[in-house]
Ligand binder design. Structure first.
Ligand code: BGC
Length: 508
């Protein structure tokens, strides 16, 4: 009996030990897995580090590259394109003007009635349409037929049968937000596509010619008064409302900036004559590159797998087209390193499946159990039910990637201010440190969904701007969000460059 009892006791003890062993083993394995995931996160955090010291190096590099791009054609990865916009709307513009705004995820048609007094846009009508995906890779004829027929329907609806003066054609500003080498204010050649567009027959062609042909095919007789980049439209609207506006930045699907430059600083165009002594320069800053940019292995992979490797390095770290995919790549790496997300989901392997607005939603999920994060992981990435600590991890990834983007954008803005001597240091050639020279009120117009609709992004950008410039200088720098500036600005520029305008020459 005693032996039997002993035997049972030993048996129970053995089983208990085995179970305990399994449990402990599982815990150790799960801790190891978690440790690996935390390791991936730490590595991400370190390689995305944007200390103020590093940001200031980016500022300096941006200012130096701007100089190089203005000095000679091909002198820098920054193209520093001439826009032929040598005067900006002042508020005296009158009349009805149309605009087409093509460049991101959406396409807009607008009509603005201008009243002739500063800030008096009497009315504006905007129609927004998502660009059908297939048109982004189709032919120029298909694209411009779509644009022209949308414009035609819009005009018919807006004018509702009323007669437009037969003495003058309707005038149109065309916002085309891709790198264009302008030949004049109303013509230019497409250098390359960005933001997922790939209509091969258009590269190297004159953009306004393509539009005009589309308008004619669709029975529209209009004057294309100006061809502008979206940053230039935004600058025009910013300046229309506030004459201290010196630059404009877009942070949306793509990213870019333009600013007012002195004509004599545009060395690559010796003898450039402008009525105002200045010209708006389209930087195409998405192409900016510097060894000071904090680059991760995810950026390297994203770039290598993109249709344009070694191109658009800054844009690939900052803009809405790419942030979602960087986050997806980090989650994928974690999922391959451990099974905290369950088996690797096949959706997670699909490039660009996670759009940046979902990153913003996950990042800004303030529900206690991060329900939005769980929903997006499930619906977009087919990762069902993950525990709260894993959801928190996902929020942290979004935070690291977004914070880096916002802080780099801030450094880019300060780079421009430095180039034009508005960063409080006396400009790029200054040997002084912070100077006591009087800082002028300096306004930068800004648009794009990352800035306007992603609160955390905007806050990080402002925070970095303050850190880089210091509170004292930063209080003179105002970032002003404009609305529909890319389109309305084109209508304003069409007005200020109208062939019917008697007073078309104004000073900046
Ligand atoms: C384009 C720029 C544009 C920016 C913002 C970039 O991809 O190259 O021309 O201004 O996106 O839309």
């Amino acid at each position: 009996m005693g032996r039997v009892t002993l035997g049972v006791a030993v048996g129970v003890a053995v089983v208990a030990c085995a179970v305990a062993g399994v449990v402990v083993g599982r815990r150790v394995r799960s801790r190891r897995k978690w440790g690996r995931v935390v390791g991936v996160l730490r590595e991400l955090e370190e390689s995305c580090e944007t200390t103020v010291g590093r940001l200031r190096q980016v500022v300096d590099a941006m200012a130096v590259e701007m100089h190089a791009g203005l000095a000679s054609e091909g002198g820098s990865k920054l193209k520093m394109l001439l826009t032929f916009v040598d005067h900006l709307p002042t508020g005296s513009e009158v009349g009805t003007y149309y605009a087409l705004d093509l460049g991101g995820t959406n396409f807009r048609v607008l009509r603005a009635e201008l009243g002739g007094r500063r800030s008096s846009i009497l009315s504006k009508d905007v129609e927004l349409q998502p660009i059908p995906q297939h048109l982004m890779r189709s032919t120029s004829e298909d694209l411009f037929d779509f644009i022209s027929s949308t414009l035609k329907q819009f005009i018919e609806k807006e004018e509702n049968g009323s007669e437009f003066s037969s003495l003058r054609k309707r005038e149109l500003g065309f916002t085309f937000s891709f790198p264009v080498k302008q030949i004049s204010i109303c013509s230019g050649i497409l250098i390359k596509w960005t933001k997922g567009f790939a209509i091969e027959d258009m590269v190297g062609r004159e953009v306004v010619e393509c539009l005009r042909a589309g308008l004619i095919r669709n029975g529209l007789d209009m004057e294309v008064a100006v061809l502008v980049n979206d940053t230039v439209g935004t600058l025009a609207l910013g300046h229309y409302h506030d004459a201290d506006t010196v630059a404009a930045v877009i942070i949306g699907t793509g990213t870019n900036a333009s600013y007012l430059e002195r004509a004599d600083a545009i060395i690559k165009c010796q003898g450039l004559l402008t009525t105002s002594g200045g010209m708006v320069v389209n930087m195409e800053w998405g192409n900016f590159w510097s060894s000071h940019l904090p680059r991760t292995s995810y950026d390297v992979e994203l770039d290598a797998e993109s249709p344009n490797p070694n191109d658009l390095g800054f844009e690939k770290m900052i803009s809405g087209m790419y942030l979602g995919d960087i986050v997806r790549r980090v989650i994928l790496r974690m999922s391959q390193e451990s099974d905290i997300f369950g088996p690797v989901s096949s959706s997670l392997l699909v490039p660009f499946i996670l759009h940046t607005p979902f990153v913003a939603k996950m990042h800004e999920d303030d529900s206690p159990d991060l329900q939005e994060v769980a929903r997006i992981l499930k619906e977009k990435l087919e990762i069902p039910e993950v525990p709260l600590k894993v959801r928190k991890l996902v929020v942290r990834i979004c935070d690291v990637v977004t914070r880096r983007a916002a802080r780099l954008a801030a450094a880019g803005i300060v780079g421009i201010l430095k180039k034009i001597g508005r960063d409080g240091t006396g400009g790029i050639n200054s040997v002084r440190g912070r100077s006591d020279m009087k800082m002028k009120r300096t306004v930068v117009a800004i648009e794009g969904a990352l800035y306007t609709s992603y609160t955390v992004f905007r806050e990080y950008l402002h925070e970095a701007l303050n850190e880089i410039l210091g509170e004292e200088i930063a209080q003179h720098v105002i970032l002003k969000a404009t609305e529909d500036g890319s389109g309305i600005g084109a209508a304003l520029l069409a007005a200020s460059h109208s062939s019917y305008s008697v007073d078309s020459v104004q000073l900046l």
